[in-house]
Design a protein around this ligand. Structure first.
Ligand code: UTP
Length: 298
């Protein structure tokens, strides 16, 4: 009988970072709640998880993140208002997201890095494989990015990191993987032989950058517990994965889709235009507006 992998049922959303690249917007409001057209950034990731068959959501929050909890909670007052006014479509829209998911929250306390944020979910995740989704990487893909990764996970039965080829001048902003070029595991699927966090261009082993999606196995927790803090006092997930790589194979999966890094201002602005242009109700009038700006002129 074929070996069955343990299914991925939980998705962790680390959302306790300070979002300094987006100040002052993120002073009192989490960057995960910044809006792309009419939905907060984090909702795109939660919908991706649900569409990938994962509906147990664990959100890692910190100080000033109450808006995230309120967003995924029922709002009875608003619901009865919409009901009375007969606004059934809006009512369905706002109910859908709370009904589709089971959500749990855990506080990080201090923003000690992405690796530490994952570590604080240890007791909620328990002894099973899980996804990590960085909400500020919004990926438009069919099938959804996480589904593409779950399909790979089911074949390789080990941790899978989403990667994307980036221009060499950008490698120092990412975790970069070195891959085994001789092993062909399917289109865009690679076995990782090393990982480096934010290498200098000349030290980068490739231009395959880790983007904001991971499928991890529970042995990442002891690996993170043994991972030392970096120069800025943070526990990096990439460093934990590097340690884990000594004990088991880890895989990379190139995602077919369009990724927007909404955690920086330019990436966010691009994402707003991209998603507005994909909305049937907005695409035409918005296109006319953009054209009226005469962008080629001076
Ligand atoms: P980023 O590298 O984007 O950091 O974190 P950041 O602090 O949120 O933003 P900047 O760089 O200051 O602008 C990647 C992801 O990890 C989470 C963030 O919320 C984001 O989703 N994170 C980071 C935590 O949950 N805790 C941390 O201690 C650090």
């Amino acid at each position: 009988m074929a070996h069955m992998t343990t299914p991925v049922r939980k998705a962790v959303f680390p959302a306790a970072g300070l979002g300094t690249r987006f100040l002052p917007a993120t002073k009192a409001q989490p960057k995960e709640m910044l809006v792309l057209v009419d939905k907060p950034v984090i909702q795109y990731g939660v919908e991706e998880a649900v569409e990938s068959g994962v509906d147990n959501i664990v959100i890692v929050t910190g100080r000033g993140k109450n808006a995230i909890e309120d967003h995924f909670d029922a709002n009875i007052e608003l619901e009865s208002f919409l009901e009375q006014r007969g606004k059934t479509q809006l009512l369905e829209e706002i109910r859908k997201i709370t009904r589709l998911i089971q959500v749990a929250y855990v506080r990080q306390g201090e923003p000690l890095g992405l690796g530490h944020a994952v570590l604080v979910t240890k007791n909620l995740v328990n002894n099973e494989p899980f996804a990590v989704i960085l909400g500020d990487d919004v990926i438009d893909a069919r099938p959804p990015a996480l589904k593409q990764m779950i399909d790979v996970y089911n074949r390789v039965d080990g941790p899978v990191l989403a990667v994307e080829r980036v221009p060499m001048e950008d490698v120092s902003s990412y975790g970069i993987v070195a891959i085994d070029e001789s092993a062909e595991l399917g289109p865009g699927v690679h076995r990782i032989v090393d990982l480096v966090e934010k290498p200098k261009r000349e030290d980068a082993p490739s231009n395959l950058a880790i983007i904001g999606r991971y499928i991890l196995t529970p042995d990442i927790f002891p690996a993170l517990e043994e991972t030392a803090r970096d120069g800025s006092g943070e526990i990096q997930l990439t460093d934990g994965l590097r340690r884990l790589l000594k004990t088991r194979p880890i895989y990379a999966c190139e995602i077919n889709g369009v990724r927007h890094d909404t955690g920086n201002k330019l990436g966010f602005l691009k994402a707003v235009v991209y998603f507005a242009m994909r909305r049937p109700d907005l695409a035409e009038p918005f296109r006319r507006y953009l054209e009226s700006l005469n962008l080629n002129g001076h």
